[in-house]
Design a protein around this ligand. Structure first.
Ligand code: ADP
Ligand code: MG
Length: 615
């Protein structure tokens, strides 16, 4: 039998390697941008046509290559970054495998113009499908300019596998975002079909975040900083209010390189445990600096997963840093009575003098039998008259003698707890609002204790606002600094198009960008702009569920869906002022008692019921 084993041609071997390294246009962008960073560039321009199918061009002002290096660079395992195996343990550059250029050149048509600092004249090389077509001298500035054309022209299966332009472009934007965040002191620009997507000047980390994600996120960042011998951790975490249902603003970097790290992600989410509902993901931008000999970046071909030697120690450090950050910026309430939630103790501004804050203490001298039938007053250090009733003491504590706490039931209010439209809130200014479990607002009213569901209340308010703007078609639109895109399948897109005129009448500015792709340029002034995309997506899902068909009800359904999607949630901590204005807006509503889906917003626990409880 004749021998059957032979060596693969280099071009075939390169194509196989390319399958691993170059999956889509975004992989080319990543590799070329990383090379530019390694070459010491301070300015990197990325120019894309047709989401990278036709052209990916990357220009840098780095150190460039000599004519020989420029040719060598395309050989497999050709790298200037490591010399021997020992170097693998102290990698400080982005690349080191020497595979990227060989892989790219095997599946595309590549032209590179480059000139090194020491040379007078530059080099122009043209390689297509691993074949060197030409190499000549050319005039070009110091630095490197790669043009990658017709990616996967010789691998039809790969080319077919590419997703829509929008998806491929989004992958490219993600790659650029990651390197741009990891390298704020390098200026980046990204153009697609001649329109600018990013134009990022030399920045610091925070400003770079703002440039990429907008002021809204920028204004809600809490710095995080720890330095130990194992690691230096720095960066920002988002306040709970900007947390989202879907991933998008979660970034880890290690030694200037983006990484995914599900394990460390949990250290962060656990740091937020008590202040964020489980389905919300906190925003974070965290950079680790560690000794490069303590990490293994080689475990994944595309190098986004990184293994730390001291993983559990770093986990602890990170979680502590997150908690400290949240605590320092008062994101975590300092009074935490029960372990699952927290509530604020309201102090009435008009009568807080001379009254100490209540403290939950056990009075060891207290004996319930000593005073027979009468209700005893737990010692709180301000009661000089032992004959006073509990109610009077609480009254004193919460704002002196006021109608709100009158022990005698008000007959006219006993009949119904139903609150009339347009009635002024039955709660006074300087009122006592107890924010309970980040879910309910409790406040005394004449007939008892009023309990307001914060989420439903906000839904009701937004619903009525949406209805007004929908009917008058005069929504005030606030332009987004960074337009957001939504993508959907054909069927959804068709339904969504029918919603668009109404959405735009309310104050959204949404336009179709391509088949199944919509761009949100602006949102109604009264909703929070950090979540535009999320709001539209959730509202659309709700709208679909409710089967938005019957003409008459369309507006209501739309308003309901939008109200649900853009309202505050449970677990969202309100300040006293916020809770106060929520109540004011609620009582200005037509139907304050019910949420747009018909659930109760307000209930009053009658005084008699409370009294009954304590009989
Ligand atoms: P690696 O980055 O892993 O070394 P690549 O195939 O990406 O492998 O690049 C091969 C070599 O080509 C690099 O080691 C570097 O010396 C050179 N090179 C690539 N891109 C550039 C660039 N933009 N500027 C200067 N040199 C470059
Ligand atoms: Mg490289």
């Amino acid at each position: 039998m004749s021998d059957i084993i032979h060596l693969l041609a280099d071009s075939v071997a390169n194509q196989i390697a390319a399958g691993e390294v170059i999956q889509r246009p975004a992989s080319v962008v990543k590799e070329l941008v990383e090379n530019a960073i390694d070459a010491g560039a301070t300015k990197i321009q990325v120019y894309i046509k047709d989401a990278g199918r036709t052209l990916i061009q990357i220009t840098d002002n780095g150190k460039g290559m000599s004519p020989t290096d420029a040719r060598m660079a395309f050989e497999r395992h050709a790298t200037s970054k490591i010399h021997d195996a020992a170097d693998l343990f102290s990698i400080k550059t982005m690349g080191f495998r020497g595979e990227a250029l060989a892989s790219i050149a095997s599946v595309a048509d590549v032209e590179v113009k480059t000139k090194s600092t020491d040379d007078e004249v530059g080099t122009l090389i043209h390689i297509s499908g691993s074949d060197l077509l030409s190499q000549e001298a050319t005039a070009t500035p110091t630095g490197t300019n790669f043009m990658v054309k017709n990616l996967f022209f010789n691998v039809p299966a790969r080319r077919k596998f590419l997703k829509t332009n929008t998806t491929e472009l989004r992958h490219i934007m993600n790659e650029v975002q990651r390197v741009a965040l990891a390298n704020p002191t390098i200026a980046f620009s990204l153009y697609h079909n001649d329109s600018p997507i990013y134009d990022l000047p030399y920045d610091n980390f925070k400003k770079r975040i703002v440039h990429l994600f907008g002021k809204n996120i920028g204004n809600s960042l809490v710095p995080v900083e720890v330095e130990t011998t194992i690691a230096k951790i720095s960066g920002f975490i988002g306040e709970p209010k900007i947390a989202r249902k879907s991933f998008g603003e979660q970034f880890f970097f290690v030694n200037g390189r983006y990484m995914k790290h599900p394990f460390l992600h949990r250290a962060i989410t656990q740091g937020y445990e008590k202040i964020l509902p489980k389905d919300l993901i906190p925003v974070y931008f965290i950079a680790f600096e560690v000794d490069s000999s303590t990490i293994d970046i080689n475990i994944h071909a595309t190098k986004t997963e990184i293994k730390f030697e001291n993983e559990s120690a770093i986990w602890q450090l990170l979680q502590a840093a997150v908690r400290e950050g949240l605590g320092k910026f008062n994101v975590i309430p300092s009074i935490d009575f029960d372990q699952e939630g927290s509530f604020d103790i309201p102090v009435s501004p008009k009568s807080s003098e001379g009254i100490s804050m209540p403290q939950v203490k056990i009075d060891p001298t207290y004996n319930p039998f000593e005073e027979g039938e009468s209700v005893s007053v737990p010692s709180r250090g301000f009661s000089s008259n032992p004959d006073k009733t509990n109610a009077e003491n609480w009254e004193k504590l919460y704002g002196g003698p006021s109608q709100d706490f009158a022990i005698k039931p008000e007959p006219e209010n006993e009949q119904s707890s139903f609150i009339e439209h347009g009635s002024n809130a039955p709660v006074e200014r300087g009122r006592n609002l107890l924010l309970f479990k980040n879910k309910y607002i409790l406040t005394p009213v004449k007939s008892g204790l009023m309990v307001i569901d914060q989420r439903r209340a906000h839904q009701r308010i937004l619903f009525e606002q949406f209805m007004v703007t929908l009917t008058n078609e005069e929504g005030y639109c606030q332009q987004l600094l960074f337009p957001q895109t939504i993508e959907m399948n054909h069927a959804d897109a068709t339904l969504f198009e029918t919603m668009m005129p109404d959405l735009n009448a309310i104050g959204f500015d949404i336009r179709e960008f391509g088949p199944g792709t919509f761009i949100i340029n602006g949102i109604p002034g009264f909703i929070d702009d950090s979540n535009a995309q999320n709001i539209i997506e959730t509202a659309f899902a709700k709208y679909k569920e409710s089967g938005g068909n019957i003409k008459d009800e369309t507006k209501e359904k739309l308003a309901t869906s939008l109200a649900i999607a853009s309202s505050i949630g449970y677990g969202q901590q309100l300040t006293q002022e916020e809770a106060g204005s929520l109540i004011d807006s609620l009582f200005a509503c037509q139907t304050p008692n019910y949420s747009p889906t018909g659930k109760p917003v307000i209930e009053i626990m009658k005084l008699e019921e409370i009294e009954k409880l304590l009989k």
